[in-house]
Design a protein around this ligand. Sequence first.
Ligand code: DC
Length: 227
Amino acid sequence: MVPVITIDGPSGTGKGTIAGLLAERLGWHCLDSGALYRVLGVAAQRRGIDLAAAAPLAELAAALPVEFTADGRVRLDGEDVSDAIRTEAAGAAASQVAVHGPVREALLEWQRRAARAPGLVADGRDMGTVVFPEARLKIFLDASPETRARRRHKQLKEKGLDANLATLVEDIRARDERDRNRSVAPLRAAEGAFVLDTSSLSISQALDCVMKATRSALPDLAWRDDG
Ligand code: DC
């Protein structure tokens, strides 16, 4: 069975970056499940599908014309949407389509197929609780909404985009509320998860903690560039 490490948590905790770095150090594949929900949200909006309409969304999810290319780009209907899916609006749309059970069901097999040798690091909200319950290690990253909003604010400024910190805090709270309180696969730490609050940690400090947890849970792993 292909070994899987899951990293769940809300956005702005460093989850995606850490999952990518950990996968790189292990020479494993990486699944950014949030990107899938984001593509679905964007695809639905482009087709004029109501984000509250579970059945047409599930139908779209089951045959989503998405492609994740080897160079890390995301294509929808053949068009590069890598930047378009990273906006706040795409995040909010993703969170809305993600509340529907039939949508999550339609994306389940797609995500499970990402578990290929030699291993997979999967990041999202329900990787440890629903998609990969047999994962060898389950990690849950958290951080305060204010810290996460500040990080997002910095990222947007660096991209030359205008952002209001107070609005970002509000948006993050709203998205958390929806992700944590939905009836299907709500955001929560899996049983036995290694929980880490990254509020006062840099990416490299958080990565160190995650690597320590990985070494202790999977002592026989081979590491790349491990000084
Ligand atoms: O990780 P992210 O910010 O790219 O995720 C965007 C939204 O997608 C998130 O607010 C909720 C949803 N999502 C989910 O429900 N389950 C996942 N495994 C990943 C993301």
